[in-house]
Design a protein. Structure first.
Length: 183
């Protein structure tokens, strides 16, 4: 199909009026477009095949492992059979609850302070600056900071270290959200 036929089929009346269209260039671009579309569709189909294969294995083997003991038993020692995720689920809930109880009051109070007195105070500009820095810090950096500050000093892991890391991530979000809602 050349440019003139393409214009007629597409309903573009002006396309047939162009006399300076290089038909060989048009055909070359159309061929390159078809090759590109074919290659990208092939890559998408291959990717979807692998994705469906992984999801199929996950669902078939995963549903077989689901039972009530997975949620009610603690994690066993390495190398032993059985066990569950009860302590991991409970620990995660405790860390999230502790973080919420710590970060929400601090964040709301700081956000209210910034929205009410943010124009006139040096403390407000410093608070806003620190909040901006904390919002842009990656969570892995905050986790490493807490690890170096708490875990390495105490020489064992604890839920409080996780709570502190999550609180340092959550406080700037709550501050900024409260400030924007009250402004």
């Amino acid at each position: 199909m050349d440019a003139q036929q393409y214009g007629e089929e597409a309903g573009l009346k002006n396309m047939s009026n162009f006399s300076n269209i290089d038909l060989s260039l048009f055909a070359k671009r159309k061929r390159a477009n078809k090759i590109g579309l074919t290659l990208s569709m092939s890559a998408m189909v291959i990717g979807m095949i692998f994705l469906l294969w992984i999801l199929g294995v996950l669902f078939f083997k995963g549903f077989a492992a689901l039972d009530i003991s997975l949620f009610t038993q603690s994690t066993p020692a390495p190398g032993s059979e059985g066990g569950g995720l009860a302590n991991a689920i409970l620990g995660s809930l405790m860390i999230v609850a502790s973080c919420t109880f710590i970060s929400t009051p601090i964040g709301v109070l700081a956000g209210l302070y910034l929205s009410e007195y943010g124009d006139r105070s040096k403390v407000a500009s410093i608070t806003r600056f620190v909040t901006d820095i904390m919002l842009s810090a990656p969570s892995i950096v905050i986790g490493l900071f807490v690890y170096a500050l708490v875990v390495a000093q105490v020489r064992h892991f604890s839920g409080w270290a996780g709570t502190l890391a999550l609180t340092l991530i959550a406080v700037p979000v709550v501050v900024r959200t409260t400030e924007n809602m009250c402004a």
